[in-house]
Design a protein around this ligand. Sequence first.
Ligand code: AMP
Ligand code: MG
Length: 405
Amino acid sequence: MLNYEDARALIFQNVKPLEKCTRPLTESQGLALSEDILAPHGLPSFDNSGVDGYAVEAEDLAQASAVNPVTLENLGYIAAGESENGKISSGQCMQIATGAPLPKGADSVVMKENIEVEGSKIRFIHSIQEKEHVRYQGEDIPEGDMIIPAGTLVGPVQLATLATFGFSQVPVHQVPRVSIVSTGSELIDVVGQPAEGQIRESNRFMLAGMVRQEYCDILKISMVPDLPQVLNEEFEEALKADVALICGGMSVGEKDFAKQLLKELGVKEIFWKIKFKPGKPLFFGRHGKTWIFGLPGNPASSYVLFEEFVRPALRKLMGRRVLEESMVKATLEIPITKTINRLHFMRGLLHEENGELRVRPLKFQGSHSIGSLVASNALIRVEADSPYIPAGSKVSVRPLRNEIA
Ligand code: AMP
Ligand code: MG
């Protein structure tokens, strides 16, 4: 059986970013840039004022003080959006708005709050440093600078940066289309009233939610009973996606048909079963360009496996540089006494106290436990066959995006 690291390495070796394409800026959030973005021009693109005030030559105000005010002739007002047609000489100034182009001859701007107006004359009572309150061309981002490397997620800040440089179309990777099939004859829909032995299906909502967190497209979501004929049709459909998440029926039960049927459809097994808890029966395979993850039906298993294996694979397909959120070190609040012979990602509670991250595992760690999912906001990495881990130890923790009460 593969261990966690080897299984992940196999996924990362196999899965390659999808093709490059361009997307309109307004539709690029959540995608990964497929090329380095270089500044096509400097920013700011022209010298402009950083405040509402008066553009001056600093030299003119060198001797200005409360007892020795300097008076300059105001030549008028430059509003933001006006072109660079102003010009001053020694003894002159121009009123200027924040963001307006600096008139020729000026090298600094005095804030409006620090002057007195006397008709067309302006009195200054402080000297000023050259370049004060001026935003110089190229000082923020020089022309040609690499501003956003390929693989970066497009978020609000990247949208603004791309917009300011005129990228109405953004080079990105294609987005994986994901299909989700929940299998199990005990499953009924959310609107149904379960008869004895039945449960409301929940994994497909959870998995679809996690897929949407990664901005991937969902091709189809379905729920099917453990009937080979029906499963077969549904799997065939699911294999048209870039990623098929098949949930349930992956283990060794009498009705666990999924793995066998996938193989009959031509899916090549890359691995099945890992030394990991929760979620030992993880299946990973390939069918042409489609990647197949077989997830056990137990909700906590499929959740944790998605976090640790599927999410990074989706990000790799999207061309993301950051495949997962980093693990953090936290102080264990209560000892971990019972460890097992597999790596265990325990559901836990992570919180901050006096600037320190602290974590405690939940008491109940059942693979089927939905209660433990809504009550946890972190996964604690506990090595296989660990000795007793005393309180106060530092442990590795994967923070989760779960809001807990
Ligand atoms: P399986 O992996 O098919 O053996 O299922 C393991 C356990 O998870 C069983 O108790 C199932 O009833 C439950 N289960 C399977 N699929 C789902 C699902 N989609 N939603 C909620 N529970 C499920
Ligand atoms: Mg089942």
